[in-house]
Design a binder for this molecule. Structure first.
Ligand code: HEM
Length: 367
């Protein structure tokens, strides 16, 4: 298979690979704003509980593993309808191996990343098999379909056939992989960049305090609160522009075409990259600078120039879910703490996914 790496600006016809996950999550409208409004209070309460359990009272924490535990807990709650902490802990390490394996050379023998990923995927599918059986039993007793898993169990193909447990486990695993690590990466790099920019931290804090003071004691975040977090979201946009949680995706050329002097034959796989697209100095002057004012007053960029969530018909369907999860995290962390990054020069590893090698230790100072 031939591959070419390009920015997204290529305007040639490109075919879209079929991914069942996106159909599953879009069909019952789980990730549409109307449905997400209902999740928000629960998202806030899970985030608060995790802050109390793992962050409060500590002088130093590692942001990356804690962000992963949080995002997997949210994904398990909303996709599987499960809150079991032991199950979540077992899944975290396996998901990390799967995510690494997705971006590795597909050589499967003991010792390779791909081999570890296959073993981890089998372990996750086994665990999900138990979750599916438990869910089927509860549904048989009358539990309403409230999460993506129950809707997937009920879904049928055009001939009326239901999916097997193994098929459901495979699809839910794809969704969990898509929905968990990218959100955790964005949260982690928010901690990294903002921990080194007290000026930006001060502005976020003032926005979040304004949201918090307008609420009664103990009241959970709602949709209107999220809409007020404009500056915080602009900062997240910059964080994802500088360190994209996903580096890019493949498309397939439907016809022969020429781009920047290269001839691309029909059938070639094209890898378009988020980072080169989002650092084009034509649209992002001084592209390495973290500058949230680029998005002031809702400034929109021309199509296909700012693509942290992709673009076109295969744009990430989890964008709004990610926005809620990340802003809920920002609200909770900024309201409680000021922080310092312990190793400002910490190496960022990971070929296709940015991974802080020490887990991004940060020093916390409670307000
Ligand atoms: C900060 C968080 C996230 C980022 C930066 C991100 C980014 C992306 C990008 C760049 C793509 C490729 C889009 C394209 O090919 O044009 C994508 C696809 C996808 N994302 Fe996300 N994503 C995030 C969160 C999520 C979440 C929370 C979910 C699920 C709940 C999700 C589910 C998916 C799925 C299923 C696809 C494949 C869509 C398709 O091919 O039709 N993502 N995402």
């Amino acid at each position: 298979m031939q591959k070419l790496f390009l920015s997204y600006q290529a305007s040639a016809p490109i075919e879209i690979s079929r991914e069942a996950e996106s159909k599953i999550i879009s069909s019952p409208g789980f990730l549409k704003p109307e449905a997400l409004v209902r999740y928000l209070g629960k998202m806030d309460s899970i985030t608060r509980k995790q802050m109390q359990a793992y962050w409060e009272g500590k002088d130093e924490v590692k942001a990356f593993p804690l962000a992963k535990t949080l995002t997997l807990s949210l994904a398990c709650r909303f996709f599987l309808g499960s809150d079991n902490p032991e199950r979540i802990a077992r899944l975290v390490s396996n998901f990390d191996d799967v995510t690494l394996g997705m971006h590795s050379i597909p050589l499967s023998f003991p010792g390779t990343t791909f081999y570890r990923a296959n073993k981890a995927a089998a372990a996750i599918c086994k665990e999900l098999g138990i979750v599916i059986r438990e869910k089927r039993a509860r549904m048989a007793e009358g539990e309403q379909a409230q999460d993506i898993l129950s809707h997937t169990i009920l879904a049928t193909d055009p001939s009326g056939k239901h999916m097997t447990d193994a098929e459901i486990a495979g699809k839910i695993m794809g969704l969990l992989v898509a929905g968990y690590s990218q959100v955790a990466t964005a949260m982690t790099f928010f901690m990294k960049y903002v921990g080194q920019r007290p000026d930006i931290y001060a502005k976020i804090l003032s926005e979040q305090i304004e949201v918090a003071t307008a609420k009664k004691a103990g009241e959970l975040l709602d949709w209107d609160d999220i809409q007020k977090m404009k500056y915080s979201w602009n900062v997240i946009y910059e964080v994802m522009r500088l360190t994209p949680p996903i580096q890019g995706a493949f498309r397939e050329a439907l016809t022969d075409f020429t781009y920047a002097g290269y001839s691309i034959p029909k059938g070639w796989k094209i890898y378009w990259t988020v980072s080169t697209t989002n650092k084009n100095p034509k649209y992002f002057p001084d592209p390495e600078k973290l500058d949230p004012s680029r998005y002031d007053d809702g400034k929109a960029f021309p199509p296909f120039t700012f693509v942290p969530f992709g673009a076109g018909p295969r744009m990430c369907p989890g964008k709004e879910y990610a926005r809620l999860a990340i802003l809920t995290f920002v609200h909770n962390v900024v309201k409680r703490f000021k922080w310092e990054v312990v190793f400002p020069e910490e190496k960022i590893g990971g070929d296709m996914m940015p991974i802080p090698e020490k887990g991004l230790p940060i020093r916390l100072q409670s307000h």
